[in-house]
Design a protein around this ligand. Structure first.
Ligand code: CMC
Length: 433
């Protein structure tokens, strides 16, 4: 099915010459001007800081309408997937463009179970990180190292995508849980065959020889939902990093490792951790919301309200809406109170009614409420962005696969507008002032 056509054109008048640029129309009616021949035909490049206006590829994976607050994976509404699927089903959907039937799902699960162990030699790596090491940096190092343990995956990666994807999706879970256990000095808990993907993760995180852990279905459901909501988000910063490294011929592991590093930044996935610190600060400041609101408005202060704003959404982030409801649900189910939830709701209320933020279309994003759920599940703040990475992994793999299968893929190599010195003659050392 080809969703693009090239009927309409845009006319460009440059230096007295007229150029006709094709307009491509996506399957949801989105329009983009095709400038792929622009440099060759006109000698001009375009300047687009942060790629705010540029489509870096065509994609069939995720559709997002930032004005209407719509998010769909492979055509399915995020609300339906979050309500009715497990994370593993959604991972399959992202990779294969179809929801799995029972047999496909069983086979996929078997692969996940078969690949669940981490090579024992890799476990020694954890010993050499300082106790203060950031879990995201450990995650990226460990994922990058997988290429040395499983080099065969570099051959025809897309032909064996289930094997490669399941290996990575399964092992990243062990890396995440083991790094947590090592950080608190507890023995590692290995995956069990009788638990689901998400149930296993919870067990690997919280089971202790002295106090066996029982996976609560509500907790498992909440975590499934969170991971589904994070599973893909078209060409965001980390996904673009994955595609960029992959475009040079980099292996899947290397590309994903780059994505993990991109995700760690506080403007991207790292925002979920930053939100909790911000809410804790407000709490410690006797709920002095205005102090933070004013800082966020101050042009001379780099402070931003973590968990607000988005490059694409100009309305509620649909993921944020689902997570906000899930917060209330899980706290009630677990009979927990979290003062930060009240603070978060109050802050949201203030922001949504303040003309400064209204003018800038600032709404809570996916990271604003997710931390409250992670806290309720017992996941430490330092691990929040790792949780995001766990969720985003199927999306990264699907995007990497799509890029490899797309014949029009080229190495990512943007241009620049040079504004430095023009030619100047070399100055020998003795003549330099
Ligand atoms: N707090 C205060 N002001 C903000 C915020 C915020 N969180 N976000 C944007 N603005 C203002 C910004 O100062 C600018 O104002 P002005 O026009 O007066 O200069 C205007 O809104 C537009 O901001 P921008 O930086 O041009 O927007 P962007 O599309 O480049 O950045 C963003 C998007 C997500 C990086 C930004 O909104 C932000 O820094 N948010 C806080 C961090 C965050 O929550 N990140 C998670 C994003 S969603 C999940 C993910 O990607 O991981």
């Amino acid at each position: 099915m080809n969703h693009t056509n090239t009927n309409p054109t845009a006319e460009l008048l440059l230096d007295g010459a007229r150029y006709s640029l094709p307009i491509l129309i996506g399957s949801e009616g989105e329009r983009t001007i095709d400038i792929r021949q622009l440099l060759d035909t006109t000698g001009y490049t375009v300047l687009d800081n942060g790629f705010k206006n540029s489509a870096s590829c065509t994609s069939r994976i995720t559709y997002l309408d930032g004005n209407k607050g719509i998010l769909r994976y492979r055509g399915y509404a995020i609300e339906d997937l979050a309500e009715n699927c497990t994370f593993v089903e959604v991972a399959y959907l992202l990779l294969h463009d179809e929801l799995p039937n029972q047999k496909e799902l069983d086979d996929f699960r078997t692969l996940l179970a078969d690949f669940a162990l981490l090579h024992e030699d890799m476990i020694h790596f954890f010993d050499h990180f300082p106790a203060s090491a950031a879990p995201m940096s450990i995650l990226s190092v460990m994922v990058n190292s997988l290429v040395n343990f499983y080099p065969e995956m570099s051959n025809n990666p897309c032909e064996n995508i289930d094997i490669i994807a399941c290996r990575l999706i399964s092992k990243i879970r062990a890396i995440a849980a083991f790094s947590y256990k090592m950080s608190i000095g507890e023995p590692l808990i290995y995956p069990r065959h009788d638990l689901t993907y998400v149930g296993n993760f919870l067990n690997m995180m919280f089971d202790r020889p002295v106090r066996p852990y029982t996976v609560q279905p509500e907790v498992e459901r909440a975590l499934n939902k969170l991971l589904i909501l994070h599973a893909d988000h078209e060409q965001n910063c980390s996904t673009s990093a994955v595609r960029l490294v992959g475009s040079s011929g980099g292996s899947l592991y290397t590309s994903i490792s780059a994505g993990i590093n991109a995700l760690a930044g506080p403007l991207h996935g790292g925002a979920n951790e930053a939100v909790i610190h911000m809410l804790e600060d407000i709490h410690a400041d006797n709920n002095d919301y205005m102090k933070y609101i004013n800082k966020a408005k101050d042009k001379n202060d780099p402070f931003r309200l973590s968990g607000f704003g988005h490059r694409v959404y100009r309305t509620y982030d649909p993921r944020g809406t689902i997570i906000r409801e899930a917060c209330d649900e899980i706290l009630k189910t677990l009979d927990l109170q979290d003062p930060l939830l009240e603070i978060a709701k109050n802050l949201e209320e203030i922001v949504l009614n303040d003309s400064h933020f209204v003018k800038r279309n600032l709404y809570p994003n996916v990271d604003f409420y997710s931390g409250i759920i992670y806290r309720a599940l017992g996941i430490p703040t330092t691990m929040f962005t790792v949780m995001f990475a766990l969720g985003r992994l199927p999306g990264w793999i699907a995007q990497w696969k799509e890029m490899h299968e797309d014949k029009s893929t080229k190495i990512y190599r943007p241009r620049q507008l040079y504004i430095g010195s023009t030619y100047r003659p070399f100055i020998p050392m003795e003549e330099r002032g």
